[in-house]
Ligand binder design. Structure first.
Ligand SMILES: [Zn+2]
Length: 303
C-alpha cells in the first residue's frame, strides 16, 4: 500500500497540467504505464467550475418549481455579467422570430418565439446546470438551465429530452428536440430568459440574428425590461442598453428629471416643489398654464 502511495506521489509530481481557461477545465496527463503495464498516458479533464464559479445549485434550487424565487424581493437594476460575447444558438437553422416578449392576446408573453420544425435539435445557450426537464403546463415539455451568471434559460414546447435535472451542460450542447407540446399553436421554441425569477425581455440581452451577440459584458436591467405589459409582442422595441455604471448613473439622472403627477397636483405646486417656474414647465412639456393634469402623467423637469 505504501509503495502505491509513494508511486502516486511521484506521479503527481510528474503531472503535466494545463488550465484551459475558456473551457474552465483542468487537464492532467497521468503516466499510467507506471501503474499498469497495459495503460498508456491518459489525459483526464476535471471541470473547474466548482472552483471559480459560484455554486449555482446551492440556493433556490429545485427540480419541481418553475419559479423558485417567488416572493423573494429583488433590487433593480439587475446586474448581469457575461463571460461570453456570443451565445450558442438554441436552434441550428436560421432564427425566425414569430413573436416577441410583450403583451399578446390580453396576456403577458414572457418569452420569445422562434420558428422550428418538430424534431429540430435544441442546444444550451451557455454552460450551466439543468434545473428542470419536465412537463410544465402551458410550457409543455420544457428544459430550464441555470447558467453560471445566475441567468436561467427555458426551452419550451419540446418533443424530446436529451438531458435530465441536475445534469451539467456545456454551451452548445444538444439538450433535446423542439416541438409543440403544451399550449402552442404550432411548432416553435418558446425561449424564456429569467434572472432570479424576473422574466427579462430577451431582445434586451441578446441579438436574435446570425451574430448570436450578447449585448454586453455587463448589462443593467431596469424594471420595465421585466414587465411584458410595457411591450408589444409584434415589435422589436427601441433598446437603450445600460452597459456600465457610468451609463446607469446617466440613465438614473435622466429618470430623476421626470416628475410623475400625483393626485391633487397643480402646476404651481409642482413648480414650487421642483424649483422650476411654471413657464419652464409649460415650455418643456408643451402644455398651457390651464392644462388639466392627469394622475400618472410624466412631466419633464428641466433645471
Ligand atoms: Zn411563446
Amino acid at each position: 500500500m505504501q509503495r502505491i502511495l509513494t508511486l502516486l506521489c511521484c506521479l503527481l509530481l510528474a503531472v503535466g497540467f494545463a488550465q484551459n481557461k475558456r473551457a474552465e477545465t483542468l487537464k492532467i496527463s497521468l503516466p499510467l504505464s507506471k501503474v499498469s503495464e497495459r495503460a498508456v498516458w491518459t489525459e483526464v479533464e476535471l471541470p473547474l467550475h466548482s472552483v471559480p464559479a459560484p455554486d449555482i445549485t446551492s440556493e433556490y434550487w429545485t427540480n419541481s418549481v418553475y419559479n423558485p424565487y417567488k416572493g423573494v424581493p429583488v433590487k433593480f437594476p439587475l446586474k448581469i455579467s457575461f463571460e461570453d460575447s456570443t451565445y450558442a444558438s438554441p436552434i441550428s437553422r436560421k432564427k425566425v422570430v414569430t413573436s416577441r416578449y410583450g403583451w399578446r392576446w390580453g396576456r403577458a408573453h414572457q418569452g420569445i418565439d422562434i420558428d422550428l420544425i418538430t424534431g429540430d435539435s435544441l442546444f444550451a445557450m451557455f454552460d450551466g446546470v439543468v434545473r428542470m426537464a419536465v412537463y410544465n403546463g402551458g410550457l409543455g415539455h420544457a428544459v430550464v438551465i441555470r447558467h453560471y451568471n445566475g441567468l436561467e434559460t427555458t426551452y419550451a414546447h419540446m418533443s424530446r429530452y436529451a438531458v435530465k435535472a441536475n445534469d451539467s451542460v456545456r454551451k452548445g450542447q444538444y439538450i433535446g428536440k423542439g416541438g409543440r407540446s403544451g399550449n402552442a399553436r404550432g411548432s416553435h421554441l418558446h425561449l424564456v430568459v429569467s434572472y432570479k425569477g424576473q422574466y427579462i425581455h430577451p431582445d434586451y440581452l441578446f441579438e436574435f440574428d446570425d451574430t448570436n451577440k450578447v449585448h454586453g459584458k455587463e448589462l443593467f436591467v431596469m424594471r420595465p425590461w421585466t414587465k411584458a405589459y410595457y411591450y408589444s409582442s409584434r415589435r422589436l422595441p427601441k433598446i437603450d442598453l445600460i452597459t456600465s455604471e457610468e451609463k446607469l448613473a446617466e440613465f438614473e439622472d435622466r429618470e430623476k428629471r421626470l416628475y410623475i403627477v400625483k393626485k391633487g397636483d397643480t402646476l404651481s405646486r409642482i413648480s414650487r416643489r421642483n424649483n422650476v417656474t411654471i413657464e419652464a414647465l409649460c415650455k418643456s412639456n408643451s402644455i398651457k398654464r390651464n392644462s388639466v393634469l392627469r394622475v400618472g402623467q410624466k412631466l419633464i423637469i428641466e433645471p
